[in-house]
Write a protein that binds this ligand. Structure first.
Ligand SMILES: [Zn+2]
Length: 121
């Protein structure tokens, strides 16, 4: 892959990273101990006075967890891709070591595997 293309994808990745981090911050507080790890903030609807209100809080908490998880995975993939750009391994499938299709990287610059390996999963 030529350098200018990689630079463009790097820019996309950095923009994505910023977006994902902002989204994570809006639903979770950053864990100071583990870099890149976030704790989902327990939503506060005020002091729960009835069992109904507590149930509502738990439901809201549970619904943000999968979102937080998906964002964290995406952030890890983005960081992984940025590290690979630095080391010069970017665009290589992690499973079969073949180059990942450029079209796939344009749509999903954080992709770790080629389309073939992705399908096998
Ligand atoms: Zn592959």
């Amino acid at each position: 892959m030529d350098k200018s293309k990689i630079q463009k994808l790097k820019k996309d990745l950095e923009e994505d990273k910023e977006k994902v981090e902002k989204e994570l911050e809006s639903i979770a507080k950053k864990d100071g101990k583990v870099k890149g790890d976030y704790d989902t903030r327990f939503p506060d609807f005020g002091t729960a006075q009835s069992p109904d209100e507590s149930a509502l809080e738990v439901a809201a908490f549970e619904s943000t967890l999968p979102v937080e998880y998906a964002l964290e995975v995406k952030l890890q993939d983005i960081n992984n891709a940025l590290a690979k750009i630095k080391s010069g391994d970017y665009g290589q499938c992690e499973k079969c070591s073949k180059p990942i299709d450029e079209k796939r990287l344009e749509v999903m610059p954080e992709a770790r595997t080629c389309t073939k390996c992705q399908k096998k999963k």
